[in-house]
Design a protein around this ligand. Sequence first.
Ligand code: FPP
Length: 233
Amino acid sequence: MTNTLEHIAVIMDGNGRWAQKRGLPRTAGHKKGAETLREIAKAAADMGIKYLTLYAFSTENWKRDKEEVDYLMDLLRRYLKSELKEVQERGARICFIGERQMLADDIVTEMERIEKETAANDKLTLCVALSYGARAEIVAAAKKVAALAASGRLEPEQLTEDMFKNFLYTAGIPDPDLVIRTSGEQRISNYLLWQIAYSEFYFTPTLWPDFSPEELKKIISDFNSRERRYGKI
Ligand code: FPP
């Protein structure tokens, strides 16, 4: 039996521990993690996955040491510049979800550029959660709905789930079928709370820098053996 698998959402966890185990600075784990990200995105595209959402930086991550935050932001800067060509060649679309106002102006400019230049691609949509927090996303959506109601353009009684979801950062993106978290942690950490209502979960002890296309294939085969009922019998 196979289940429809259009969208995989990943929490890339364990970069710091991977580095510490090797006596390396945490930043070395992020560097290797960025390579894993590239490899997994390619593998997902080759497997025909249409949407891959990756948790690259949470709103909580701003509380880490300045040195680590600066390193991640520099990695992102370099990445946005260096990957565009390959992303284009592979026909992938990039989009970002999260609170852009927290990010440096030059990074936001690059993000907007890459979104615009890849907007017409439809092989794989790579959705990067950056400065992202699900509760903040839901509150932002509620504010937009409240403003429409206050201005008389929406009757509160008319609001439906289908309407509400179009106010989230993920408007137009189907809900994840499968959520994978690496590094053995079994929690959601404020990730896509609205969108994962009926997702399947897979927690693996593998640290993100060691995660491989082979493991992804195994997880997908486990996913295919599950029975998804969406609340029905
Ligand atoms: C979690 O590991 C990982 C992150 C907070 C960052 C994820 C970033 C990458 C995979 C690199 C690519 C990202 C950008 C922004 C270009 P952790 O540091 O929480 O590991 P730990 O739990 O072992 O400390």
